[in-house]
Ligand binder design. Structure first.
Ligand SMILES: [Zn+2]
Length: 129
């Protein structure tokens, strides 16, 4: 009975992480598109210089805020799995910001084995430990 409850909780957690990562996509796409559209408008449509500057600044702010929230979501949804030892962990904000990444795979230092490697996003909780 206890084991069933644990599995149920795991399923809920996985679903929660999946939904969060979907929201990250939506935020990323909306903020990127808004950024590109505003920059395009500011570059190609005739307008006063002040309006142009305000549009560009607005687009940059929207982009930065969007990326901050996307990164926050990506950090807390599920875990990152160490490429060396397989340990699953939630990285610090600093690690998230400064790590090289390809999609959601980030080059980070594992808190358990201290090796640097490409860490993949893994939404499942490890129940073995
Ligand atoms: Zn490791």
């Amino acid at each position: 009975m206890k084991h069933e409850k644990l599995i149920e909780l795991q399923k809920q957690n996985n679903l929660y992480a999946k939904n969060l990562l979907l929201i990250e996509w939506v935020i990323g796409i909306i903020s990127s598109l808004t950024f590109l559209i505003l920059i395009f408008v500011a570059s190609y449509i005739d307008m006063a210089l002040l309006v142009r500057v305000i549009l560009i600044l607005t687009s940059i702010i929207i982009f930065i805020v969007g990326m901050i929230f996307a990164l926050r979501i990506e950090r807390i949804a599920g875990y990152y799995k160490c490429g060396k030892c397989g340990y699953k962990y939630v990285p610090t904000n600093k690690q998230m910001i400064f790590a090289m990444h390809i999609g959601r795979t980030r080059y980070m230092k594992c808190p358990k084995c201290n090796n640097r490697s490409w860490n993949k996003k893994d939404i499942c909780i490890d129940t073995k430990e």
